[in-house]
Design a protein around this ligand. Structure first.
Ligand SMILES: [Zn+2]
Length: 298
């Protein structure tokens, strides 16, 4: 049987934390994959303590078909900790979950894929253990993307759910989606190196910190992107807003034109804040997420 995915371990000669950085949990998210491939080349011989395990394409079955999920239709980010005797996605989930449980810290990088564009952010699950939570806050801040978002600890099936259960400090990142962005790769490589500096795997460098917004939201389901501002109808989404726009609660975000050419009522902003998630593919089914807003003030 072919390998489910390949990983590369880079070690220093000195004891230290063992980190895990992965990409390609969803098969249509490319900048993180290229960032991990670049880290494999860039980090060789540079670690001053510990080790790092790098997995560029976790979900190969989905990646080589250019789709979010594999041939069994299961979302790998809803299937952890998986089943080593199950379908392809369940087996990959079991294998990656084993790697996560062995790690001392963990980074999982995503984009909005084919369907969404997302503003650059680092996120973590709010954690009952204050020391894990604190480390996650530090990792997310170190990654140096403009938004840091702590969300509901109750989401299941994620890689981060496995890390949460193992008390392993973990963050995920979202950045881009839709069209491929070369600069997105650089941002992710830099961000990972910053976290490796935080854990002492790389020497500390003086880097400029970006202006950052910190949000923590423990509402059940916060952080679940696929349910935000659901489409009222099936048809083409005509957006009135773009990523980074500030809206007030009740503002129109756009509307749907159905197959009879009829406009739906406006989809209204459920809260005031910044548009950080936007559907990149105009065609939507009733209930599909169209946009997301974070409660950020201008
Ligand atoms: Zn993803």
């Amino acid at each position: 049987m072919a390998e489910l995915f390949s990983s590369q371990i880079i070690k220093s000669s000195k004891e230290g934390p063992n980190g895990l950085i992965i990409a390609g949990i969803h098969g249509d998210e490319y900048e993180p994959v290229l960032a991990v491939m670049r880290l494999i080349k860039k980090l060789e011989g540079r670690l001053i303590s510990g080790s790092i395990t790098l997995v560029p394409v976790t979900n190969r079955n989905a990646y080589f078909s250019g789709s979010r999920v594999g041939e069994d239709g299961l979302d790998l980010a809803r299937t952890c900790p998986g089943n080593s005797n199950g379908s392809i996605t369940e087996r990959v989930a079991a294998k990656i979950s084993e790697l996560i449980k062995k790690a001392d810290f963990f980074i999982d990088m995503h984009t909005g894929g084919n369907l969404f564009e997302i503003s650059p952010l680092s996120g973590y699950m709010l954690h009952n253990d204050p020391s894990v939570l604190q480390k996650q806050r530090e990792m997310a801040a170190a990654f140096n993307l403009p938004i840091v978002w702590g969300t509901s600890p109750e989401l299941e099936g994620r890689t981060l759910s496995v890390a949460r259960d193992g008390n392993i400090p973990a963050i995920y990142t979202e950045n881009g989606g839709g069209a491929y962005r070369t600069e997105g790769v650089e941002e992710l490589v830099d961000g990972c190196e910053n976290v490796l500096e935080l854990f002492g795997l790389l020497p500390q460098q003086k880097k400029k910190k970006k202006a950052m917004v910190n949000i923590e939201d423990d509402k059940p389901g916060s952080g679940h992107l696929q349910v935000m501002h659901p489409s009222p109808d099936e048809g083409v989404f005509i957006a009135k807003v773009g990523l980074g726009d500030f809206v007030k609660e009740g503002d129109g975000l756009g509307y749907i034109v159905n197959d009879k050419g009829e406009k739906s009522t406006q989809v209204l902003a459920q809260q005031s804040g910044m548009v950080f998630l936007k559907r990149a593919v105009p065609m939507a089914k009733a209930g599909d997420a169209l946009a997301g807003i974070l409660p950020i003030k201008k």
